[in-house]
Design a binder for this molecule. Structure first.
Ligand code: PRP
Length: 178
């Protein structure tokens, strides 16, 4: 059940949209010939949809599924590929689109996997970054917002598959550790 009292707005929708436009402009500048945007399911889908429309260069889209959390709010450290790309990325400029970098386990794993496929370039854009939580190194080229170590939901981010459709990014208060 989604109730107002359980969440506190951290980043309102207007602020998110303004930052996404800035990220789109930066990507336009860095990829004049366009880029393949690879979104990590499921959380990054909302960010991908807005970011792709903030970029004016040619973009192609693909999706990859990686699960590291299950339904727990803390990282188990286990990573598995749940859906592979449809695109052969050999020789392509690839930009991984992620909603949040937390421990870095997901992106550290994905970069390792995709580098072996010999893309022309491989970089990361993440809307949110929790640098204090990092346990694996990740080089994030574009960060929307560095945020403190609080449990956030909304704009694609979930808790036990809820809250993804909130337009703001909110802190979920009093979440029990699972
Ligand atoms: C979340 C989030 C990132 C990852 C970040 O995904 O969307 O992909 O965890 O955590 P990490 O840096 O500690 O690896 P999750 O596995 O919850 O799946 P979801 O996107 O389907 O919610």
């Amino acid at each position: 059940m989604i109730t107002e009292s359980m969440t506190r707005v951290l980043l309102p929708a207007e602020r998110i949209q303004a930052r996404v436009r800035e990220l789109g402009a930066a990507i336009d500048k860095d990829y004049p010939n366009g880029v393949l945007l690879v979104a990590i399911l499921k959380g990054a889908c909302f960010f991908l949809a807005d970011l792709a429309r903030a970029v004016t260069r040619p973009v192609r889209l693909d999706f990859i599924g990686i699960s590291s959390y299950g339904k727990s709010k803390t990282s188990s450290g286990e990573v598995k590929l749940t859906k592979d790309l449809d695109t052969t990325i050999d020789g392509l400029d690839v930009l991984i689109v992620e909603d949040i970098v937390d421990s870095g386990i997901t992106l550290n794993y994905l970069v390792h996997v995709l580098q072996q496929r010999k893309p022309r370039s491989l970089r990361i854009v993440a809307l949110l970054d929790k640098p204090d939580r990092r346990v694996r190194p990740v080089d994030v080229a574009y960060v929307g917002f560095p945020i403190p170590d609080e449990f956030v939901v909304g704009y694609g981010l979930d808790y036990a598959e809820q809250y993804r459709n909130l337009v703001d990014i909110c802190v979920l208060e009093d979440v029990p550790n699972e």
